[in-house]
Design a binder for this molecule. Structure first.
Ligand code: CP
Length: 313
């Protein structure tokens, strides 16, 4: 049964830790609800507070959640740099969360360790949103990515979708690929050999019957893609700086790349970008990375209202 707006309250009080915790219908319900939030700014979250705990740097996730909360009438407390919190005195994450739950109604957490958001959710009665945990998951980025794909291609299935760059450490890629395995698309996974997607993701694609191709050379496998999802080589995750130096300039998408692809691909990137996408592509009609940024606020308005059980009026 599809989840519709009247069923949306079933999402109230839930955590958003991993895309694995949600059915395909529930993921689509988030997207449908987000559409209704495009221009919606009534103060339905008035009196509610989001605790925003960032143990890793962020521009988009941190500020777009704050924007979404405030545009719906709520308020935000927290820190963008854990060095100013009592973590620097040795306080555990579990204790920090147990303390912060007294000040707010929902907790947003970014942390460098895989599993930190799950641990936090087990330490509090409040809903916890994973704003990125190490190389593991970034589920709200996935929702805004899906939202952007549906907006630009009018479909979530029957597409050729290429991922290019650091597929080993990129949590945005991991979350999105896992989610796309619920939909019928053909995937192209392009990376240096040392940055291939970890085997457990391939096992999941195999288990779900998703057709995929892996290669180091972009053009040998992906000539006619609908979506090209580029990602930064994640320097901060490399244990060895020499290994980073070897691959840091592995791929650069420019006008020539896009023309070779037929000039119709939707070009996505979670940002920040370094040199993976030439700035002269910013006015290419298929460039969607700043639309992803804008969609981040829309999708996060829907996420906050659904998890807080405050529906549109
Ligand atoms: N896409 C993304 O997660 O960006 P930030 O690291 O700036 O939040």
């Amino acid at each position: 049964m599809p989840v519709n707006a009247s069923d949306a309250l079933s999402l109230a009080g839930r955590d958003l830790i991993s895309v694995r915790d949600f059915t395909r219908d529930e993921l689509i319900a988030f997207l449908d609800e987000a559409e209704a939030f495009e221009y919606y700014t009534s103060p339905i979250l008035s009196g509610m507070v989001m605790g925003s705990l960032f143990f890793e740097p962020s521009t988009r996730t941190n500020l777009s959640f704050s924007s979404a909360m405030q545009r719906l009438g709520g308020s935000v407390l927290g820190f963008a740099d854990s060095k100013v919190s009592s973590t620097s005195k040795g306080e555990s994450l579990a204790d920090t969360v147990r303390v912060v739950e007294n000040y707010c109604d929902i907790i947003l957490l970014r942390h460098p360790f895989e599993g930190a958001a799950r641990l936090a959710s087990e330490s509090t009665r409040l809903p916890v949103i994973n704003a990125g945990d190490g190389t593991n998951q970034h589920p709200t980025q996935t929702l805004l990515d899906l939202y952007t794909i549906r907006q630009k291609r009018n479909a979530l299935e029957g597409l050729k979708i290429a991922f290019i760059g650091d597929l080993k450490y990129s949590r945005t890629v991991h979350s999105l690929i896992e989610t796309l395995s619920h939909f019928d698309n053909e995937l192209f996974l392009i990376s240096p050999t040392s940055l291939r997607i970890p085997p457990d993701f391939l096992e999941e694609l195999n288990a779900n019957g998703t057709v995929y191709h892996e290669d180091e050379d972009f053009f040998s496998i992906a000539q006619d893609v609908d979506v090209l999802y580029s990602t930064r080589i994640q320097q901060e995750r490399f244990p060895d700086a020499v290994e980073y130096e070897k691959v840091k300039n592995a791929y650069r998408i420019d006008r020539e790349t896009i023309e070779k692809l037929g000039g119709k691909a939707t070009l996505m990137h979670p940002l920040p970008r370094l040199n993976e996408i030439s700035m002269d592509l910013d006015d290419y009609p298929g460039a969607a990375y700043f639309d992803q940024v804008r969609n981040g606020v829309t999708v996060r308005k829907a996420v906050l209202s659904l998890l807080l059980g405050k529906t549109r009026v």
